[in-house]
Design a protein around this ligand. Structure first.
Ligand code: F6P
Length: 741
């Protein structure tokens, strides 16, 4: 548009200039022609006037008027009577009217005028003999052709401008596209996951911009991916367009809504503290279908129908929750035992030794079978879409595949996948890998975990690994292995209903005995040893040691949901946290208010509205996981800060650290680094907080949980299509050749 504007201005300017110059030439030319005509005819006219021969005068005038440009000619007597004329003169040009013009101009008149037919040039000259006035010669020249030429010139320039503007626009767009395409290709090459080598090293000029560029690429990808930002509607579209609107079945150990019996006997609904639930619940609300889970609430039995189903969310009834009941013994062996004493420490680098008991694995197998049966009871046809979630159900994909060979099973592993060597210590590693490879797609948060998985398969199974396609072929079936970094719903429904930031802040400062200009640090976790809560409190202690002016002015609030407390390692963690927070609080006293504490360890289940109020009240949120697949608390904090304030201090050992690069990234084991980051966060200028928060919010908004689910479902849809085609077209020539004798 600016280019077209400039071209238009240039074209207009050029036309004006050419017209003015041409008109000046024409006028000069006509004046000269008039002067020539007058001087050529005046001798003859003077002699005829002297002789009083009107007929001869008329003949001279007719001769003059043979020139096309002369519209009319007349000779007037000194008293301005008309003696002769060639044709009618316009008003103002007749002999009688010329008097007025001659009043102040005894030597004659020359003028350009607009008359009915267009522009004319009027000349009135005296005819004299020996200084005696005998009459006046009036000549009218036609100049209407000047205006016609100007109009033609304007039309020509406008046409030329249109052609030039079109060409210029076309060329600009074409050049931009070409440039953009080569940039995008170059940047994609830089940013795409893949082996780091000399060719992938970003050139120096790109380094400071890397995050901006990554954001740009993600935006471009979103634009190009037909449909803009991912949303519940777009996810539903994927289901309708690519998967014929088929409902999905999710299998996850943790249920999205827990019905709990309150002390007064009433039933209340709780949202469990689980990253998996945070991510998947909005997806289920968008897609509908069925969520199969362990019914763990004290009032869960009371609210289900005869088929152990209940519609959720309460009051909205968007999808079905199918509950599976476990005996205490089953839960102990499958959940506490193999899943959380075996696989959990196996997959996390947190220096807890995994415990593998044969009895626990037997329970794990049996419970996996029970859940697989429950899923099979919930599906509609022979080729359902089933999303199997997490390390609790590694054996289920294969169990489903055995019964429904055409099912599309997507297995997602929400925690890290260990290095192949570490994985080797699991006595049932082979069974776990074979179980997972029953899936059509096996998903992890990061490429590193995908690589570890491929390496584990390579070492422990006989399978063909296609590293280029990122897939594994085992028993003639292909399973894709892909990274799908999980995220949260955007916008978050909890933010929409949260009070204003100022109110959250005022209430929190008051609650923790802080002055109005006090500062709040925040941690929100399931109380798990992998979350680094002890290291976090030690970093807070070091902060107050190094910066004593914060004593009485800064409180670290830890919201901790009790978790897996039947396991010794978790019980010990709780005891250690109690002792640690008590020691730190005793060391720094009660501050000027007498109510102040350095650390407020709030060990209880907190519902999302309370958590989001604290997110909005905090100056700094510290996520200090020692190892974490993703960590959605980091993303929820970012979602909560629509005021673009607050600082995220984030462990670099989380999956989230690969995405939220504007957080202050720390090694949580390094108390000097962690306390420095907390101190930096507390003095960070508002503009810097805003810039960092804006960038992280843009990233999470684009890469939200609908995109996570949409990409998996897209891949699943493509696989389904491929499998259907193969079934219809029969085996490829190679397979036929192999079967020949
Ligand atoms: O997000 C990691 C995760 O282990 C999930 O897999 C799990 O649902 C969640 O944390 C909470 O654990 P649990 O279900 O054992 O309470």
């Amino acid at each position: 548009m600016p280019l077209v504007g400039v071209l238009a201005a240039l074209a207009w300017g050029a036309t004006e200039l050419v017209n003015r110059t041409a008109r000046a030439w024409f006028e000069k030319d006509v004046s000269m022609r008039a002067a020539l005509a007058v001087s050529g005819a005046s001798d003859a006219l003077v002699s005829h006037l002297a002789a009083g021969n009107r007929r001869r005068i008329g003949a001279v005038l007719s001769e003059l008027a043979r020139d096309d440009r002369i519209m009319a000619a007349a000779v007037c007597a000194p008293d301005l009577r008309t003696l002769a004329r060639t044709g009618p003169l316009h008003p103002g040009q007749d002999c009688a009217d010329v008097a007025v013009r001659l009043a102040g101009a005894p030597a004659g008149v020359e003028a350009f005028e607009h008359v009915e037919g267009g522009l004319v040039h009027l000349t009135v000259r005296p005819l004299e003999e020996d200084g005696k006035l005998l009459g006046w010669l009036v000549l009218v020249h036609d100049l209407s052709f000047v205006e016609r030429r100007e109009a033609a010139m304007l039309r020509f320039t406008a046409g030329a401008f249109a052609v030039v503007a079109l060409l210029a626009s076309f060329l600009t767009v074409a050049v931009r596209r070409l440039a953009c395409r080569s940039w995008t290709r170059e940047l994609r090459g830089l940013l795409a996951p893949g082996p780091v080598g000399p060719r992938r090293k970003p050139p120096k000029t790109f380094q400071p911009l890397l995050h901006d560029v990554r954001q740009l690429v993600s935006e471009l990808a979103a634009e190009q991916g037909a449909g803009g930002r991912w949303s519940p509607e777009r996810l539903r579209r994927v289901l309708t367009e690519h998967l014929q609107g088929e409902g999905i079945v999710i299998l996850a150990n943790r249920e999205p809504y827990v019905h709990d019996r309150a002390p007064d006997g009433s039933v209340r609904v709780l949202h469990p503290a689980s990253g998996l639930v945070t991510a998947l619940e909005p997806v289920m609300r968008a897609c509908s279908g069925t969520w199969v889970a362990h019914g763990s609430g004290s009032a869960d039995h009371a609210v289900v129908d005869r088929k152990d189903r209940v519609r959720v969310p309460p009051g909205e009834d968007s999808y079905t929750l199918r509950r599976v009941w476990l005996s205490e013994e089953e839960e102990r062996g499958y959940y506490y035992g193999f899943s959380n004493e075996g696989l959990w420490p196996l997959c996390h680098i947190a220096h807890a030794r995994p415990v593998f008991r044969a009895q626990d694995f037997r329970h794990y197998q049996a419970v996996n079978r029970r859940f697989a049966d429950a899923v099979l009871a919930e599906v509609d046809g022979p080729d359902p879409i089933v999303l199997v979630q997490d390390y609790h159900f590694a054996l289920v994909p294969r169990m489903i595949r055995e019964r429904l060979p055409r099912a599309t099973v997507i297995a997602f592993w929400h925690i890290p996948w260990p290095h192949a060597e570490s994985f080797g210590i699991c006595p049932w590693g082979r069974e776990l890998l074979e179980g997972l490879l029953g899936a059509s797609v096996v998903g992890f948060h990061t490429q590193l975990h995908c690589n570890n998985f491929l390496e584990s398969v390579d070492r422990h199974l006989e399978a063909r690994i296609d590293r280029e396609r990122q897939s594994i072929v085992v028993g003639g079936r292909e399973a894709l292995v892909r990274a799908y970094p999980i995220s949260i719903e955007w916008p978050s429904r909890w933010v929409a209903s949260a009070p204003p930031v100022q109110d959250c802040r005022r209430e929190a400062l008051e609650e923790f005995g802080l002055p109005p200009d006090g500062r709040i640090g925040l941690g929100v976790d399931r109380l798990d040893y992998t979350k680094g809560v002890e290291e976090r409190l030690l970093a807070v202690e070091r902060l107050l040691e190094r910066f004593p002016h914060l004593v009485g002015r800064f409180t670290f609030v830890q919201l901790g949901a009790p978790s897996r407390t039947l396991i010794d390692r978790y019980r010990e963690l709780n005891e250690r946290l109690d002792a640690l927070s008590a020691r730190i609080n005793a060391r720094f006293g009660a501050g000027p208010s007498g109510r102040w504490r350095a650390v407020a360890l709030l060990r209880a289940h907190h519902e999302p509205p309370a958590i989001f109020r604290m997110f909005r009240a905090a100056d700094v949120c510290y996520v200090s996981s020692l190892h974490d697949g993703m960590n959605l608390v980091a993303k929820e904090f970012v979602a909560a800060r629509d005021d673009e304030r607050g600082v995220l201090v984030l462990s670099r050992f989380t999956g989230a650290a690969r995405e939220l690069t504007e957080a202050l990234l720390v090694n949580p084991y390094d108390l000097e680094e962690a306390s420095s980051a907390l101190a930096a966060a507390l003095v960070m200028p508002a503009e810097e907080q805003g810039a960092r928060m804006r960038a992280m919010r843009a990233f999470v908004a684009d890469l939200n949980v609908y995109r996570w689910a949409g990409r998996m479902l897209d891949d699943a849809a493509r696989l389904r299509q491929k499998e259907r085609l193969t079934t219809r077209l029969g085996p490829g020539p190679r397979a036929v050749q192999e079967r020949l004798p």
